[in-house]
Design a protein. Sequence first.
Length: 151
Amino acid sequence: MKPYRLFILLLACVSFLPAFAQTKPGDEICGKYSVTSPNSNNTAKIEVYRAKDGTYQAKFIWTSASNPDGSPLKDVNNEDPAKRNRPIIGMVTIWGLKYVDGEYVGGSIYDPVSGKVYGIKGKKAKNGKDMDVRYFWKRPALGRDVVWKRI
């Protein structure tokens, strides 16, 4: 192998090392999930990722609900009139989740069906793939359990 090809190969291998070094234990939540809303029969796909502040958030990437004319769904039920025209797809729906002792806690979830914000916490499901998540109002005891299916 010519010396410059070996150098390029080594450079390519080394360039991937920072990506591996930057992962945190809580990053296992990152990825795409299919979620059925506890407030409707709609299904959505969300993408969970680590935000710049180190917490985890998620955005909508697809929803089974649609407008009859095929136009993108808007956030029409938002309590803030200024936000009612924003599209659902691409909107951040979960924010502030922190990874603490094997659980994700302290987060908030926005439900565009009701226009309300709820608390959220969760942990890795026993199958090691999906997430067992609880949406709640004020306290976890006042909530519902939902399974996010990894896709």
